[in-house]
Structures are given as structure tokens and as C-alpha cells.
Design a protein around this ligand. Structure first.
Ligand code: 5GP
Length: 124
């Protein structure tokens, strides 16, 4: 498992070193708009704990953190008006996924028809 880098961008956002457009915050979770939105609604949801990836979060987070995280994802989608029309959640994890920021996060994308899940020239 890759060790946590305290200088990753989301760690800096959590410390308040970099501003963010917050849409939700509680003791365990911060959610903010992606700086490079790929859809009309594009929100990043991150735990406040130091977890590198979804695997790290799943293995090491406490039950309260896990519940708070997924409840926040669900509530944010509802609050943003995405539940009826539908939305997509993406969690990139590790090299093959292209994960850029090594602090576990999910993307919530919605507000338009999102098209196929993957577009790639490579066959499965
Ligand atoms: P990943 O590829 O790791 O799943 O996604 C990282 C996301 O973080 C990207 O969609 C990127 O646009 C977003 N991002 C990178 N730096 C910043 C930042 O400083 N502020 C915000 N709000 N989003 C960022």
C-alpha cells in the first residue's frame, strides 16, 4: 500500500491552505466542486481521514467514517437535484485508473446525460 502524502492537494484543501467551493462538510467528510468540471454538476467527496485510495478507506476506516462518507454522497446527490435524473459516481484508484490525487475521493457527476461509462480505443 502506498503511504499517505501529507502534501497532496486534497490534504492542503483540508488544512485550508488552498481554497475550495464547499458544498457539504461535517466531522468526517468534505465535499467541494471539482476545479475542472466534466459535467454541470461535478463534486468531489473526500473523507477527512488520511486514506490514499478506496482500498485503503475500505480496509482501514472506522464504521462511523464509512457511514458518514456514503451517507454524504447520497445526501449530496439528493440536495443537488440529481437523484431523479440520475448521476454517476467514479472512484479512481491507483495507476491504471489514472488517479491524480492520492487522497481517497469519489466524483459525483450529473446534470446531463453522461454517455457511455468508458471511451477507450483499447478493447476489453
Ligand atoms: P482523480 O483523477 O484523482 O480521480 O481526480 C482528481 C480531481 O481533482 C480532478 O478531477 C481534478 O480536476 C481535481 N482537482 C485537482 N486539483 C484541484 C484543486 O486544487 N481544487 C479542486 N476543487 N479540484 C482539484
Amino acid at each position: 500500500m502506498v503511504s499517505y502524502d501529507d502534501n497532496n492537494i486534497f490534504a492542503k484543501i483540508l488544512r485550508g491552505d488552498i481554497p475550495n467551493d464547499t458544498v457539504f462538510e461535517d466531522d468526517h467528510v468534505l465535499a467541494f466542486r471539482d476545479i475542472s468540471a466534466q459535467a454541470p454538476v461535478h463534486i468531489l467527496v473526500i473523507p477527512k481521514g488520511k486514506y490514499v485510495s478506496v482500498s485503503d478507506f475500505g480496509a482501514a476506516a472506522g464504521a462511523e467514517e464509512v457511514t458518514a462518507f456514503w451517507r454524504a454522497v447520497s445526501n449530496i446527490a439528493e440536495d443537488q437535484g440529481l437523484s431523479e435524473g440520475g448521476f454517476r459516481i467514479i472512484a479512481n484508484s491507483g495507476l491504471n485508473s489514472g488517479q491524480e490525487v492520492p487522497h481517497f475521493h469519489v466524483h459525483i457527476l450529473g446534470g446531463r446525460a453522461l454517455g457511455p461509462m468508458l471511451r477507450s480505443s483499447e478493447a476489453a
